[in-house]
Design a protein around this ligand. Structure first.
Ligand code: ATP
Ligand code: CU1
Length: 847
């Protein structure tokens, strides 16, 4: 390994990389799941709704009504266009999200490290590999430090293999598997250590590409919502079919005109088909994922959106999520009690050994903010000496282990025969390595405790001499001498206390689970505004049995010095206790707990590929505030979904009712398929544009989480919708019958009833926009789509009434001024009655 003084490899230049990318193509494997607009159109064409429309058109043709046939086909075409446009938008959104979730790679270009999308890696790129990364392409190692790789995806062998730098080995024929090989393969996983590797093959030319495997991107498992909806749609479909057939029979038998009977049957079938449910669900989920991504959060599983709103516990780590992960050395302490606070001060010579050892115990090109801070501090503190920049080379690295939170690096200094080992790590671990006596251990513990109380992360630093031939197997084999303690400050992210307060108001308990020292954890937790009454350490977690752990986990909000496998036990204990757990994680070892949690949340910035793959949500900026924003959006999306579903349910009641009524009572028909197609054309965009874009309810983050087992189509929701629909039906039916009784011609009564129905729909939209019960919120909540859609509806309605060819198509007679008053009155009545009744349901609707 080259020391700091040797030249660093510069990698490709951006220009070369670009040329190679153009030449070789992107570093990706074929992705089958993308749907083209044509394919979407084809799928839409198979919808029963369109079959009904086409059937209706055909009957019109047989009847010789060319105009009706054409208009029906036009409506059909329009609804295809709308659906295809919506689904294409959905598909584009999903595609964009997929690109964001696809693996990224760290490469050296023009001499600097750069994070790029994995698909842009080219032959000749210099890859920087770190723990938890997926190797993005086949490559030859030029440097490996303690590097272990899991190649199970390629070899089926689950035990990780050790890798070594090539060091002049000729690039002979090579295959995955086997120890101490100098090659790494696309799709395999770095489980430990670090390395640099030169890319040899990308995309389909890599080993994994040759086998034709593909890595999964966004997962499309059907969420619970989809199952619930599918069940309901099936039910409605069956019901609709039975009723339509009965209607055809009834009409045919009573009036003897079977073609008209079929038309009426088609109209009824169309009126009862709840095909919107499926469309609305897809659109809401995709748009929801898009909205959440605007808050810098990616959803990898659609179900996560649904679960977000019901989370009851949010387990978060500390470093980088609650804090900024920008460390700086804030305090130094030596064994003799000497201390230095704040970095502004120039460090006296007595601290220079501590500063230098801290830096030498860090990676030569540090990535970890802690190590960066140590480097920076050493550079500033030792300004006048060349202790840090002198010629030297790294001989060996001993990595951090779960059972010993310390790492050691061994250096050969220029012009010296012996080697120097420098270690840093948790104070307890360093004390153990230095074999301190009890009194000194106590001293260290007290000093570390004092520093930790200020929220500092405390590291012990130690050093040892050794010689080349007798490097020990383990760090415990060195004769370490304690040099001192370093306290690193990592300020809280500014919006964290507010976000924590918001969570607690929303009935979500915030729990910190950290690998850090208990006192540090408590200090940061109380700064963040967590309810810090009790702390549990990883050791206590290990010793507690499941029942005891579950009992304590009910109250403890800070877990410290926790190992990843203990994290898993904590999640399981909480789950067993009935909590809906959201959990953050970033490391390789966090994957099991991320998977186990209801919502696994990985970090996009500092998180590993493994953690991302195991989680259902990825935070792009690692910020705790984004989780809260996502929860808020999750609640809003679910609320809006419920509003849309309630509306769909409600409007179909009067449509179906008015389609059936004349058949049952022997009155002139109100609807032909044209009318229903027109109504359906309104319903779809209202749902997917207006309701989708509704703002969150004012109390979205002030009410407790939704029960996890709550059904979307709960009794409260369906009951409320049916009530709305029944009221609308009663009013419009009364208008129709009343109009006929008062001697209006059938065409005039039809126009009056139809216009009333559309205006009642407008009232229903207004009622369902919000769960809150004020008229102001029905009218004045901002929503640009609403105004647009109302304007279009008004224009089309006016056309059908005022333009004779259209009126004859809809079989509308003239509408008089007093009739207009009736229609408006009907709408107003629906609005007032429902707003007055809403308080009775509103509370139950929210859960
Ligand atoms: N690079 C390192 N060198 C030396 N010691 C380290 C290093 N990284 C971590 N440690 C020690 O291990 C402890 C636990 O680290 P770990 O990474 O598990 O915590 P963390 O995950 O960073 O904390 P959090 O859970 O808050 O994010 C640290 O408190 C520190 O004492
Ligand atoms: Cu419908």
């Amino acid at each position: 390994m080259s020391g700091a003084a040797k030249t660093k490899p510069a990698g490709l230049s951006e220009a070369d990389a670009k040329a190679r990318l153009a030449e070789d193509g992107a570093n990706e494997l074929p992705r089958p799941e993308r749907r083209s607009p044509l394919r979407i159109a084809f799928e839409v064409l198979r919808e029963p709704m369109l079959l009904l429309l086409l059937g209706g058109g055909l009957i019109y043709l047989v009847l010789g009504d060319l105009k009706e046939a054409l208009i029906l086909l036009a409506f059909g075409a329009m609804s295809i266009v709308i659906t295809v446009a919506q689904e294409t938008r959905t598909e584009r959104v999903l595609e964009a999200l997929r690109d964001l979730t696809s693996p990224r790679a760290l490469v050296v270009r023009d001499g600097a490290r750069r994070r790029i999308p994995g698909r842009e890696v080219v032959r000749g790129d210099l890859l920087v590999l770190g723990e938890g990364d997926r190797v993005p392409a086949d490559a030859a190692l030029v440097d490996a430090r303690d590097l272990q790789i899991d190649e199970s995806l390629l070899t089926g062998e689950s035990v990780p293999v050790r890798k070594q730098a090539a060091d002049g080995i000729a690039a002979a024929d090579h295959r995955p598997g086997g120890e101490d090989q100098p090659f790494v393969y696309s799709g395999s996983l770095v489980v430990r250590g670090e390395g640099l590797a030169l890319v040899e093959a990308t995309g389909p030319r890599s080993e994994i590409g040759k086998i034709g495997l593909s890595l999964r991107g966004l997962q499309a498992e059907p969420p619970r919502l989809q199952q619930q909806t599918a069940r309901l749609v099936r039910l409605c479909f069956l019901g609709g079919a039975v009723v339509s057939l009965a209607a055809v029979a009834l009409y045919g038998l009573s009036r003897g005109d079977w073609l008209q009977a079929l038309l009426a049957g088609v109209a009824i079938g169309m009126s009862m088909l709840p095909e919107e449910f499926g469309v609305v669900l897809t659109v809401f989920m995709a748009m929801g994922a898009w909205r959440i991504s605007q808050a810098r959060v990616l959803t990898r599983r659609a179900a996560a959106i649904e679960v977000l709103g019901s989370a009851t516990v949010l387990c978060t780590d500390k470093t980088g999520t609650l804090t900024q992960n920008q460390m700086s050395v804030a305090e130094l302490r030596l064994l003799d009690g000497a201390r230095l606070r704040s970095t502004g001060q120039r460090a006296g010579p007595e601290f220079s050994e501590l500063a230098r050892c801290g830096a030498l115990a860090s990676s030569p090109e540090p990535f970890d903010p802690m190590e960066k801070a140590l480097h920076l501090f050493a550079r500033e503190a030792l300004r006048d000496s060349d202790a840090l920049d002198g010629e030297r080379s790294l001989v060996r690295t001993y990595g951090l282990r779960p059972d010993l939170l310390a790492m050691t690096q061994v250096w050969r200094m220029a012009g010296r025969a012996d080697l120097v080992a420098c270690a840093k790590g948790a104070p307890e671990a360093i004390a153990r390595l230095c074999r301190l006596n009890d009194a000194d251990q106590e001293l260290v513990r007290d000093a570390a405790g004092e520093m930790a109380k200020d929220g500092l992360r405390v590291l012990g630093v130690a050093t040892a001499g050794c010689d080349d031939n007798s490097l020990p197997q383990l760090q415990q084999g060195f004769a370490f001498r304690l040099v001192g303690l370093v306290g690193l400050a990592d300020p809280l992210r500014p919006h964290v206390p507010e976000a924590v307060r918001e969570c607690r108001a929303a009935g979500i308990r915030v729990v910190m689970i950290t690998g850090d020292y208990p006192a540090t954890a408590v200090a940061i937790a109380s700064q963040a505004g967590l309810d810090v009454q009790d702390v549990m350490t990883g050791d206590q977690v290990r010793l507690a049995d499941d029942a005891a752990l579950a009992a304590r986990a009910r109250h403890v909000n800070v877990f410290a010095r926790v190992l990843p496998e203990q994290k898993l036990r904590i999640v399981q204990a909480m789950k067993a206790d009935g909590e809906i757990v959201a959990m953050t994680g970033d490391g390789v070892n966090d994957a099991p707990s991320l998977k186990a949690a209801h919502i696994g949340i990985a970090m996009g910035g500092r998180g590993t590929d493994v953690a991302r793959e195991a989680s259902s949500i990825v935070l792009l900026d690692d910020d705790f505030g984004s989780i809260v924003a996502a929860i808020r959006l999750g609640r809003r999306i679910y609320d809006n979904l419920r509003k849309a579903m309630a509306f769909i349910f409600a409007v179909h009641v009067p449509i179906a009712g008015l389609a059936l009524l004349p058949l049952v009572f022997g009155l002139p028909l109100i609807f032909s398929p044209v009318h229903i197609a027109f109504l359906e054309l309104i319903i779809d965009p209202v749902c997917s544009l207006v309701f989708e874009a509704e703002r969150e309810e004012r109390d979205a983050m002030k009410r407790p989480p939704r029960r996890a087992d709550a059904e979307l189509f709960s009794f409260a929701l369906v009951g409320w919708s049916v009530l709305q629909g029944a009221l609308t039906f009663a009013l419009t039916a009364a208008i129709f019958v009343g109009a006929l009784r008062s001697g209006l011609a059938a065409d005039e009564a039809r126009a009056l009833t139809f216009v009333s129905l559309v205006i009642c729909f407008v009232a229903l939209v207004l009622v369902n926009r919000s769960f809150s019960t004020s008229f102001a919120s029905a009218f004045f909540r901002p929503n640009p789509a609403l105004a647009w859609i109302f304007a279009v509806v008004a224009a089309v309605l006016a056309t059908t009434l005022l333009w004779p060819p259209a009126s004859s198509l809809f079989r509308f007679g003239p509408l008089h001024a007093d009739d207009l008053l009736v229609t408006l009155g009907a709408g107003l009545l629906v609005l007032i009655v429902l707003e007055a009744l809403k308080p009775l349901w509103a509370r139950r609707l929210r859960f």
